[in-house]
Design a protein around this ligand. Structure first.
Ligand SMILES: C[S@@+](CC[C@H](N)C(=O)[O-])C[C@H]1O[C@@H](n2cnc3c(N)ncnc32)[C@H](O)[C@@H]1O
Length: 307
């Protein structure tokens, strides 16, 4: 099947890892719910933020009816055109946040919602699901099922928020292992106002030796970061000025998809620049509004713990 798309949806369709993860999760859902088909109740799916309509297309063979909703008018027109042969898919041009699901007179067995963004900050996955979930049947499923977020300390070149995507990769040095700081199941009630204390461990001397910290640094980074001025390894001194957030999408109980170019590319967030000692723990207060945009991110250093 050929899809008509705009440049944004073209990039989304070209990201095969993202697409295959969703396709596999939808097929898994169909396999595990096949025997539940009853002759007198329709199997209904909602595809929220349907874009080009690709996920409705994947779900179509397994469902009796699909309600696909898209806010952007030109994307809605494309979805309508792409899905016109499928009578069981109904495409609406609406804002899901104010969409009146009660007018449909039926609830969903399955909600598919790919409005994902790193740590769920810049897209409306959480507020949209909060509104639509009231119209999910008891025992109903959501794809994706949830998300896992991790953070690590870095030294980065630019002091603004940047995504690590395929077109423009920011330059940074990782200064410690990534640690999970939050995990959400989309069936749970989720407060959009996120706030957590995140302890980031800085590599100790042995870990620096093991990863060959200084030897592995590229010439470009060495020069760009004035490495010798900022990293005095002999005296165990490193500089930190950012955190890297990475999200892993839990499609279902079997599939966890890491960042892909168009699905939650890692995000670098600047923080105050400070000098730390190898082996320290940097305690950060991380706050943002899920669905509120990157301008809601606040990351403040609370404490440096010398281990
Ligand atoms: C990441 S794209 C995913 C598109 C498609 N489902 C796919 O997987 O290729 C998210 C889509 O959600 C739409 N969207 C964002 N907020 C929305 C809202 N409040 N109501 C309806 N659609 C929305 C965007 O316009 C965009 O097309």
């Amino acid at each position: 099947m050929k899809f008509k798309v705009n440049s944004y949806h073209f990039k989304l369709l070209r990201d095969y890892e993202r697409l295959s993860a969703f396709k596999e999760a939808i097929d898994d859902y169909a396999k595990s719910h096949d025997e539940e088909k009853s002759p007198d109740s329709l199997k209904v799916a909602f595809d929220l933020g349907c874009g080009s309509g690709v996920l409705s297309y994947f779900a179509c063979p397994h469902m009796d009816k699909i309600i696909a909703i898209e806010l952007n008018n030109s994307s809605y027109q494309l979805a309508k055109e792409n899905l016109k042969e499928f009578d069981k898919i109904h495409v609406f041009n609406d804002d899901i946040l104010s969409f009146d699901f009660s007018k449909l007179n039926e609830k969903a067995d399955l909600i598919i919602c790919e409005m994902l963004d790193t740590a769920l900050i810049d897209e409306e996955e959480v507020p949209v699901l909060d509104h639509a979930k009231k119209y999910l049947k008891e025992g109903g499923k959501i794809i994706p099922e949830g998300i896992i977020n991790s953070a690590e300390a870095v030294f980065m070149n630019n002091h603004f928020i940047q995504y690590e995507d395929d077109e423009y990769s920011p330059i940074y040095i990782a200064l410690g292992d990534s640690m999970i700081y939050s995990e959400f199941d989309f069936l749970d009630d989720i407060d959009c106002n996120f706030s957590a204390m995140v302890d980031l461990n800085i590599y100790d001397k042995n870990e620096l030796n093991e990863i060959g910290f200084e030897d592995e640094i590229s010439k470009e980074i060495f020069e760009k970061f004035r490495f010798k001025d900022n990293f005095n390894i002999k005296e165990n001194k490193l500089k930190i000025n950012g955190i890297k957030l990475t999200s892993f999408t839990k499609l279902d109980e079997k599939i966890i998809c890491g960042p892909t170019p168009m699905l939650n590319p890692s995000m670098l967030v600047p923080i105050e620049e400070i000098e730390v000692t190898c082996g320290d723990t940097v305690r950060i207060k991380l706050e943002y509004i899920m669905g509120g945009g990157v301008e809601t991110i606040n990351a403040d250093i609370l404490d440096i713990i010398h281990n």
